[in-house]
Design a protein around this ligand. Structure first.
Ligand SMILES: [Zn+2]
Length: 251
């Protein structure tokens, strides 16, 4: 099984990251280490270098928390284009940002990252909170793989994304959200990926506020129940998709 989006360089893991990766290695085939800020991206490259063939970096820019200098991250992406497996997360966030002027600015930056992903021919991992439709309109027709990370949009839009040949990544939010369970019902296994978005979205917030990559198994069990299939089938197809989309050279 593969978690395609975990922020393993988040400060919450600083004190025991190697223990966590050791457990990940027991349970998963690979983890894609997502990032959305410059410092996090630098840390992700360093961490993945220590676990070649198991951890794979993805560099991105958060539409709100990414900082004031997206160019710095674009430069980092260009310099490490041979090491990263995706550009992302990048995109739009209208959940935390309601100002239309700022939305315009977010779109300008997102277009730059889309162009960059096209140039270096890497998959695009999209952050689209409350701006799923807007993101979709911006990426329609792209001929690189497009992944909607932590998708929480409407079921009808999920179906449009699927028809376009893009991918939907379901997070552990499938455990708490009725809407996402409806989405899970419609997304075919061939276009579904799994992620935790660790350390966020912990399935057992009262016991442990951190999430961990191995928790995709809990999501997979839920999705399997919804689809009336086996958990292993969900995990297996999501792993196969991840290897193909991100061209992972697992060792
Ligand atoms: Zn994320």
């Amino acid at each position: 099984m593969i978690d395609i989006h975990a922020h393993m360089c988040w400060k919450d893991y600083d004190k025991d990251i190697d223990d966590i990766i050791a457990r990940c290695k027991k349970e998963l085939s690979a983890v894609i280490v997502g990032s959305a800020r410059y410092d996090e991206g630098v840390k992700a490259l360093e961490l993945c270098k220590r676990y070649p063939g198991f951890l794979f970096p993805s560099l991105g820019f958060h539409p709100i928390e990414g900082g004031v200098d997206p160019e710095k991250i674009m430069e980092l992406i260009r310099k490490n284009a041979d090491k990263i497996v995706a550009v992302g997360e990048v995109g739009l966030d209208y959940h935390w940002e309601k100002n239309p002027e700022k939305h315009k600015k977010q779109k300008e930056v997102f277009y730059q990252f889309i162009d960059l992903a096209k140039q270096i021919k890497k998959p695009l991992v999209i952050h689209s909170w409350d701006a799923e439709r807007e993101c979709f309109e911006m990426v329609k027709g792209l001929d690189i793989p497009v992944v909607f990370h932590c998708f929480s949009g409407k079921r009808a839009l999920a179906n449009e994304i699927i028809s376009e040949g893009f991918y939907i990544s379901l997070s552990t939010m499938v455990l708490f959200s009725k809407n996402i369970r409806k989405v899970a019902k419609d997304v075919p296994l061939e276009q579904m990926l799994l992620e935790t978005d660790s350390p966020f979205l912990s399935p057992e917030k009262d016991k442990d506020t951190r999430n961990y990559p191995w928790n995709i198994r809990i999501s997979a069990a839920k999705i399997a129940k919804i689809k009336n299939i086996q958990t292993e089938d969900v995990l297996h197809s999501a792993e196969k998709n991840a290897v193909n989309i991100f061209n992972l050279k697992i060792v």
